[in-house]
Design a protein around this ligand. Structure first.
Ligand code: ZN
Length: 273
């Protein structure tokens, strides 16, 4: 059998069929029932092909059903967060502080039977996506879904424990991440110029490095920046773009107060803590 050789001029017509290799992924994490912040992120996001939600869809915020329904309308790539498990009755509330526990119980009462059922069925990370063998998606850490990766030291083991170079995670509500190889390991925080405007910041990824990348929290940021956070991963250019966007903070706070949830859950949104 003669080998089939593709003439160079035909390659161009073949390449588009491989376009699934180049994908823009919108990364959302820790929405925490904050519908106003979620809508602001979706309005501010550049064009994307898929959405991956890194968990904690509910808990703390005043719009759990609305946020679940909006999130489900965006796709089917989710990992569960600890607050999702708590609201779904899949874990004890002993590990939660009293305010988080109260919010989890309130959320459970609000959920429609269908949304409760859906929440119970969310997968534990890591998950992978067809056509993107170099990336995995988790809530806390790829080693333990409930682990907080906050410091360079925390990142050391999960960074290098897997052959997959890229891990997207949430849970800490801190936008940025960690890079490393066998010799070194460092953290990254996107630099921003303002405190109230829409902004973005790019992180160019390099071959041979491993990364743990957190898009930040949509609905309850804790990096002293009240703006809703998200990120977009461009798999072709190997760039992660981090975004911050202002949102209708007052409306999100009013829902929390109207639900008689602890006042602190409303005030902390303004402080980004
Ligand atoms: Zn969270």
């Amino acid at each position: 059998m003669p080998k089939t050789v593709v003439p160079p001029h035909r390659l161009r017509s073949i390449i588009p069929s491989l376009s699934w290799c180049s994908v823009h992924i919108l990364l959302l994490s820790d929405v925490h029932g904050n519908l106003e912040a979620l809508e602001a992120c979706l309005a501010a996001a550049p064009p994307y092909d898929r959405v991956v939600n890194l968990g904690d869809i509910v808990g703390y915020g005043g719009s759990p059903n609305e946020v679940i329904e909006r999130s489900r309308s965006l796709g089917n790539l989710f990992v569960r967060g600890n607050h999702d498990k708590a609201a779904a009755g899949l874990m004890e509330l002993n590990d939660f502080n009293p305010i988080a526990g109260l919010a989890a119980l309130w959320t459970r009462e609000q959920l429609t039977p269908e949304n409760l059922q859906w929440l119970r069925g969310l997968p534990q990370g890591p998950i992978r996506i067809d056509g993107l063998p170099g990336a995995q998606f988790v809530h806390g850490s790829p080693i333990d879904e409930d682990e907080y990766v906050v410091t360079v030291r925390d990142a050391l083991e999960p960074l290098l424990a897997f052959s997959v170079p890229l891990t997207f995670f949430g849970h800490t509500h801190l936008q940025g991440g960690f890079s490393g190889n066998a010799d070194m390991n460092e953290s990254f925080r996107p630099p921003y110029k303002t405190v109230g405007q829409a902004e973005s910041s790019e992180w160019r990824l390099q071959n041979g490095m491993h990364y743990l990348i957190n898009p930040g929290s949509v609905g309850q940021p804790r990096d002293s920046d009240w703006r809703a956070a998200f990120a977009v991963y461009d798999s072709d250019a190997q760039v992660v773009s981090f975004y911050r966007t202002p949102y209708n903070l007052k409306a999100a706070q009013d829902r929390i107060l109207a639900a008689n949830l602890p006042q602190r859950l409303a005030t902390r949104l303004a402080a980004g803590r």
